[in-house]
Design a binder for this molecule. Structure first.
Ligand SMILES: Nc1ncnc2c1ncn2[C@@H]1O[C@H](COP(=O)(O)OP(=O)(O)OP(=O)(O)O)[C@@H](O)[C@H]1O
Ligand SMILES: [Mg+2]
Length: 315
C-alpha cells in the first residue's frame, strides 16, 4: 500500500526553515486543492502577514475570511484564540470574564509553557471539526502555515506534552483528540518545504527523522522549492569549474571583458547547479518518499500569477 495522497488529508502542517517558502507553498497548495473543489482554510500562526499579497486579497486578520473561490484564511492570534477557546468550553461570556479577566489567572496562563502554541494549534484543529448549519463540514482541508523549524517543531510537541502533564479535564481531552488526529496519516500530514542547498537539506533530513522517531507524525510531502533550471550538463559543469574562481568582493564586471564576465557568470552558475544536484540527490536518498519540485520564479514570486503557476505544479 502506498502512502495516503497528500490531498486527501484534512489537516496539513506546512513547515521548514525560515524563508524557504512555507507561506508560498501553503498558498499554492491551497489553490491546487481549491481547484479540486475542496473548501480550504489557510491558518497562519500569528505571522507577519504576507499571504494577502500572494493571493491578491484584503489583509488577513484574526477573523476567518474568504480570500479566493473555495479558499479562506485566518491569522491566528494566541490571546484571541485562548479567549475563543475559553468561551467555547465555558459557554458563557460572564463566566469567562470571571475566570480569565483576572490578573492572577492571566499570569498563570502566561507561565504555562506552550499554552499559546496550543491555543493556535487547537484553534486550527477546531476548524477541522467545524460544521455548517446543514451539518456538513465548513472546511475540507485546513492548511497550517506553521512557524519555522525549531519553533515549528516546538509547536507540534505541545499537544503531546499537554496530554502528558495537564490533569484530566476539557483541555486535556481536546489535546488528546487533536494529538490522535495529528498522528493519523489518513487525516493529517506534515509538508516540509526546503531549498536545493546543503544546509536546508541537512535540516530537512533531521526534521523528517524527528517527525518519525520522536513525534510519530506522518510526513505527507517534501517540497524542494526554488529549483533552478539546468543550463549545463555534468561535463560542462566540470569544465567551467576548472576556471579560476572570481575574486571575492570584486564586482565581476570590473576591468573585465564581456567574454570574461560571461565565463565567470557561467562558472558561478555551474557551481550552484552542482550543489543543487548534489543536495537533491542526498535528500532523495535520505527520505522515505520522493520529493516534489517547484521552480525558481524569476521576478516576484509573491504575486497571484506566480502562486497560480506554482499551484499548477503541485496539482
Ligand atoms: N519558487 C520561488 N522562486 C522565487 N522566489 C520564491 C519562491 N518561493 C518563495 N520565494 C520568495 O522567497 C521569499 C520567502 O518566501 P515565503 O515568505 O513563502 O517563505 P517562508 O518560509 O514562509 O518565510 P518565513 O519563515 O519568514 O515565514 C518571498 O519573497 C517569496 O516570494
Ligand atoms: Mg511564512
Amino acid at each position: 500500500m502506498g502512502p495516503v495522497p497528500t490531498l486527501d488529508r484534512r489537516l496539513l502542517f506546512v513547515t521548514g526553515k525560515g524563508g524557504v517558502g512555507k507561506t508560498t507553498v501553503a498558498a499554492a497548495l491551497a489553490l491546487s486543492l481549491a481547484g479540486q473543489n475542496k473548501r480550504v482554510l489557510i491558518a497562519m500562526c500569528n505571522a507577519k502577514e504576507r499571504l494577502s499579497t500572494m493571493l491578491g486579497s484584503d489583509l488577513i486578520g484574526p477573523d476567518v475570511r474568504p480570500v479566493r473561490p473555495n479558499v479562506w484564511a485566518v491569522n491566528i492570534e494566541p490571546e484571541r484564540a485562548m479567549e475563543e477557546y475559553g468561551l467555547l468550553t465555558l459557554k458563557s461570556k460572564a463566566l469567562y470574564k470571571l475566570l480569565f479577566d483576572n490578573k492572577y489567572v492571566r499570569a498563570f496562563f502566561r507561565a504555562v509553557p506552550g499554552l499559546h502554541e496550543w491555543a493556535m494549534l487547537g484553534k486550527a484543529w477546531w476548524h477541522t471539526t467545524e460544521t455548517r448549519e446543514d451539518g456538513s463540514l465548513r472546511f475540507d482541508v485546513v492548511i497550517v502555515d506553521a512557524p519555522a523549524t525549531g519553533h515549528g517543531l516546538d509547536m507540534l510537541r505541545v499537544p503531546k506534552v499537554i496530554t502528558e502533564i495537564v490533569p484530566p479535564g476539557i483541555l486535556r481531552r481536546d489535546a488528546e483528540i487533536a494529538w490522535t488526529m495529528f498522528q493519523d496519516p489518513k487525516r493529517s500530514g506534515v509538508v516540509v518545504v526546503t531549498l536545493p542547498e546543503e544546509l536546508p537539506v541537512t535540516e530537512t533530513l533531521e526534521l523528517a527523522e524527528a517527525l518519525d522517531r520522536e513525534l510519530h507524525m506522518p510526513l505527507a510531502r517534501v517540497v524542494v522549492n526554488a529549483v533552478l533550471p539546468r543550463l549545463w550538463d555534468e561535463e560542462e559543469r566540470a569544465s567551467l569549474e576548472t576556471l579560476p574562481a572570481p575574486v571575492a568582493f570584486s564586482l565581476p564586471t570590473e576591468g573585465k571583458s564581456a567574454a570574461e564576465t560571461l565565463l565567470a557568470t557561467g562558472r558561478t552558475r555551474a557551481v550552484r547547479e552542482r550543489v543543487q544536484a548534489e543536495s537533491i540527490a542526498r535528500l532523495t536518498r535520505g527520505l522515505p518518499l520522493a520529493p516534489v519540485f517547484l521552480p525558481y520564479i524569476l521576478g516576484d514570486a509573491a504575486t497571484p500569477a506566480s502562486i497560480e503557476e506554482l499551484s499548477r505544479r503541485l496539482a
